[in-house]
Design a protein around this ligand. Structure first.
Ligand SMILES: [Mn+2]
Length: 365
């Protein structure tokens, strides 16, 4: 637990800042730790990490990193603001919010760093140049998830991103844990984009490549099932033929076709005797009308209810044991409704993110 604590900060403190959004951070922390004096909150949070040992309900983890994005940034604020909406509108009986991973916003993954940089960053994060812990957001996220997934209770992790690159460590760790447990697994991925590039400008770990980079760990590539795709350089049959994955593009998804789509997915998962699924939701799967505060808003997308409509019948048959909601970029300087207009549609986007997050948290087991 001490190792975990070293890599984490209290919920809402994932973006390294002194004044920015201090009021929202305080609001979120006061909700999580009611009747705790504000200066006692760090200790309260530290103590709460010990509960992980015996916790079986979902774990909430924030990954405030957007250095794997590439168009509009700002998803580093997703974990704080989605939490604000979640705790304001939702009820969570058995949720353990373990906080946010430590993020140095200029870094992505340790494999891109030289030894000197790693030791400087170890000094900054852990006050020890020789600390044998990772320093980049994706590397820390993977280590944190590994430590949780290795617990005997193996509680389900629900993560808030961050740009979509953060799903790479989250899913990699989940896949590794499930392999050890002998579980057969699949990934259900909601997104406007396929995220199936092998590399983007020479970088193999980023928002556009994470889905490709986890394919090798699946028993069959068709166990990556994507929903809501509509912005791709290649047509659907290119992805299905070259990579063998399964896709439902946004124009195939409507309230009429959803029951059939869910049935098809269930039949496919049953054919492979799948025990558990991971659900990754890029908020841009939803139409830009409902999710404009994101890195790459796209029109002609899903309505906010559709992911839950598709997932409900599937999750009645097959357990969901890991999930994330990513790419919520609420551009906080514009979100204070009393002072500045919400020109990016942050409020609507946050309501969309809150609804799907709540749905997934209710289903995780
Ligand atoms: Mn994505």
């Amino acid at each position: 637990m001490d190792t975990l604590r070293k890599m984490l900060r209290p919920p809402g403190n994932g973006v390294f800042t002194v004044h920015t959004a201090a009021d929202v951070i305080e609001e979120v922390q006061r909700t999580i730790y009611p009747s705790t004096p504000i200066q006692k909150i760090p200790q309260k949070w530290e103590a709460s990490i010990n509960k992980l040992q015996n916790h079986t309900g979902p774990i909430l983890l924030g990954v405030c990193s957007d250095s794997g994005g590439g168009i509009h940034r700002g998803a580093n604020w997703g974990p704080l603001f989605v939490r604000q909406y979640l705790y304001k509108h939702g009820e969570f009986e058995n949720l353990l919010d373990i906080g946010d991973i430590k993020v140095i916003p200029h870094l992505l993954h340790d494999k891109y760093l030289n030894d000197e940089t790693i030791s400087e960053c170890r000094d900054a994060l852990y006050n020890n140049k020789n600390e044998k812990l990772p320093v980049s957001p994706l590397s820390i996220a993977e280590k944190v998830c590994d430590l949780i997934n290795e617990l005997p209770s193996s509680p389900p992790i629900f993560s808030l991103g961050g740009d979509h690159s953060v799903s790479y460590p989250l899913v990699k760790s989940w896949l590794r844990a499930k392999k050890k447990q002998g579980k057969k697994v699949a990934i259900l991925h909601f997104d406007a984009h396929t995220d199936l590039m092998e590399k983007r400008q020479g970088i193999d770990l980023c928002f556009a490549t994470w889905a490709y980079q986890v394919l090798e760990d699946l028993e069959d590539p068709s166990l990556m099932i994507q929903f809501g795709i509509r912005s791709s350089g290649q047509p659907k049959n290119h992805w299905e033929k070259t990579l063998g994955i399964k896709q439902y593009w946004a124009n195939e998804i409507s309230s009429q076709t959803i029951p059939q789509i869910s049935d098809e997915v269930i039949a496919h998962l049953e054919k492979f005797n799948i025990d558990e699924v991971y659900v990754s939701v890029d908020i841009d799967a939803m139409d830009e009308e409902f999710a404009s505060a994101t890195g790459t808003p796209e029109k002609d997308g899903l309505s906010p209810e559709m992911p839950a409509m598709i997932l409900s019948p599937i999750l009645n048959q097959i357990k969901v044991t890991g999930a994330d909601v990513v790419e919520v970029a609420p551009w906080i300087q514009r979100i204070d409704e009393n002072k500045i207009q919400d020109t990016v549609g942050a409020k609507k986007t946050l309501l969309t993110a809150q609804a799907i997050s709540q749905f997934l948290l209710d289903r995780l087991e």
